[in-house]
Design a protein around this ligand. Structure first.
Ligand code: FAD
Length: 536
């Protein structure tokens, strides 16, 4: 148990969240000589990797890239054991970072922020926790995470079930033993795709309830190759610089050719090669896979054909083969044995498009076709992404304006960093920035470094207030929409669009212009004296 500390009455900065974003922000604010504390709801650091302890939880960005680059000694000394790190190892890494930079003394665990109110006269924020503690701070940095507000589905009878229930995003700390149990998994997004093969090895029966199938690429995960690790570490600095300028913040080869310009034989060879290498680099097979439907169709059909080859039962294979969205327009999944798992005798797929769930009962789940009994239900039903954790906090900005009002029709921000009307409030990887479309650690570092640069600029000039202008925000929102509409992304009912939450506005929330282009834009804005921000 972390020791409890008393919150100071006044600070230069409050940071909310002790995932990678919050931890790095604290480190940089200390470097500016500011007094800062992190308020964190959990009893440990790590954010995503603290909460998502489900079996099979793993990163889809290679370990050598999904790590901090800000400290050369840190990136040289840490050794990853696998090509794609599993959750326990990433959590150990987060704890190592916290210890190495002595961050814990400024983190208040089990402290959930309920509201934040801007006091115009004092030009300060009053932050209140759910236990009624109050702290006043000049700056507020939200490092609350884009995938941290886990969500249960609206299914009738959800509270009636008498067996065990789990959500992948709130997994218990102790091992859950499914041996001999009949397990239902609801959902087939990234978390389910990782968890199902592992649960199926242990449970007596696994029944998967699928509404929408997702595309998944095999990870080809393996123990870390010493030579590959050396290749990275010998030249980490320049490789990281290159990664920062890539569209996704991940260094991999993107074929500059268009898929439709290649011959059928060339395409097959390219897709086969990438399928064999594994991971999300599959989407780099042609530069226009997310731009051109005809190009996209070739990749989507390749993956569907793989599914049909891997899954023996033709009806199950057809149900698993996505046809309602272009590949990559919903978060592409990366798996180990996902499709093959459906060939096991103890695994069954229920296609909710044909037989929807009517209700959860005391003993199981009833669909329009049958009643099934279970010992445990696993909800792999995702998150209220990007805006969920922010809107759980009652923000009151200038003139009593609430963030929930400003975002009623979808999030609006300048660069995903600030919202007009909310001075001195920053959002790390907020909506309007590349965020969830990228290697998140690259995007976190870029945001934290940029905010640090801005605060240092303000310190040097004796300035205390920064606020995005309404005009800059409107231009940025319009630009974000325009860039998104040039791609296939808005055609999918994805969580990027808010489509997984009934009633959530359908707006494409992240910025699709690319991590490299976005970084350049942010740097240009800084070089022009923070154009679009009002400084006082
Ligand atoms: P988080 O890690 O989400 O941390 C936010 C913290 O804020 C949490 O600890 C939360 O408890 C706290 N918090 C929120 N609200 C409050 C409040 N009101 N008061 C106090 N505390 C609060 N990204 C990738 O780049 N590659 C991947 O392969 C990848 N895989 C993922 C797999 C899963 C299952 C999930 C859920 C996410 C994955 N992500 C991945 C995204 C991942 O969230 C980021 O990579 C990164 O960990 C985000 O760090 P963060 O600090 O911004 O937010």
């Amino acid at each position: 148990m972390p020791e409890s500390k008393t919150l100071p009455a006044s600070l230069d900065a409050v940071i909310v969240g002790a995932g990678f974003g919050g931890m790095y922000m604290l480190h940089r604010l200390r470097g500016l000589g500011l007094t800062a504390r992190i308020l964190e709801a959990a009893d440990g650091v790590g954010g995503t990797w603290y909460w998502n302890r489900y079996p099979g939880a793993r990163c889809d960005v290679e370990s050598m890239q999904y790590s901090f680059s800000f400290d050369e000694a840190l990136q040289q000394e840490w050794q990853w054991s696998e090509r794609f790190a599993a959750q326990p190892e990433i959590l150990r890494y987060a704890n190592h970072v916290a210890d190495r930079f002595d961050l814990r003394r400024d983190i208040h665990f089990e402290t959930k922020v309920a509201s934040a109110t801007y006091d115009e006269a004092a030009d300060r924020w009053t932050v209140t926790t759910d236990k009624g503690e109050v702290v006043s701070a000049r700056f507020c940095v939200m490092a609350t995470g884009c995938l941290s507000a886990a969500r249960l589905p609206d299914i009738a009878g959800i509270d009636d079930f008498k067996g065990e229930t789990y959500h992948t995003g709130w997994w218990p700390h102790e091992k859950v033993d499914f041996t001999g149990k009949r397990v239902a998994v609801i959902g087939t997004g990234s978390s389910a795709i990782q968890a199902i093969p592992v649960i199926a090895e242990e449970a007596a029966q696994v029944t998967v309830f699928q509404r929408t199938p997702n595309f998944s690429i095999p990870s080809r995960n393996a123990p870390m190759d010493a030579e590959y690790e050396r290749w990275w570490k010998d030249d980490y600095r320049s490789k990281r610089l290159q990664a920062r300028m890539m569209r996704t913040g991940i260094l991999y080869d993107i074929n500059p050719q268009s898929a439709v310009e290649a011959s059928e034989a060339e395409r097959q060879a390219e897709y086969e090669r990438r399928w064999a290498n594994g991971g999300t680099a599959f989407m780099g097979a042609y530069h226009d896979l997310i731009l051109n439907k005809a190009s996209n169709d070739t990749a989507a059909e390749f993956v569907r054909s793989k599914i049909r080859q891997m899954v023996k039962d033709p009806e199950t294979a057809e149900a698993l083969a996505p046809k309602d969205h272009p590949i990559g327009t919903k978060r592409i999944c990366v798996d180990t044995n996902y499709y093959e798992t459906y060939n096991r005798p103890n695994v069954r797929l229920v296609n909710l498009r044909k037989t929807p769930i009517e209700t959860i009962t005391a003993t199981g789940i009833r669909t329009s076709a049958e009643s099934l009994d279970f010992d445990a239900i696993v909800f792999a039903t995702g998150f209220d992404a990007m805006t969920g954790a922010l809107l759980k906090i009652d923000f009151e900005g200038r003139g009593g304006t609430r963030l929930s009002q400003v975002w009623e029709h979808g999030p609006r921000s300048y660069l995903g960093l600030q919202v007009a009307g909310f001075p001195n409030l920053f959002t790390i990887t907020g909506p309007g920035s590349p965020s969830v479309l990228s290697n998140m650690i690259v995007s976190i570092e870029q945001h934290v470094d940029w905010i640090t640069g801005l605060l240092s600029h303000m310190q040097a000039r004796g300035l205390t207030c920064v606020e995005a202008t309404e005009a800059a925000q409107e231009d940025w929102v319009a630009h974000g929409e325009e860039v998104a509409n040039r791609t296939l992304y808005p055609t999918a009912a994805s969580w990027y669009m808010g489509a997984n939450i009934p009633g959530k506005p359908r707006v494409f929330m992240p910025y699709i212009g690319g991590v490299g282009a976005y970084r350049e834009r942010c740097d240009e804005i800084a070089a022009r004296g923070y154009e679009g921000f009002r400084l006082a």
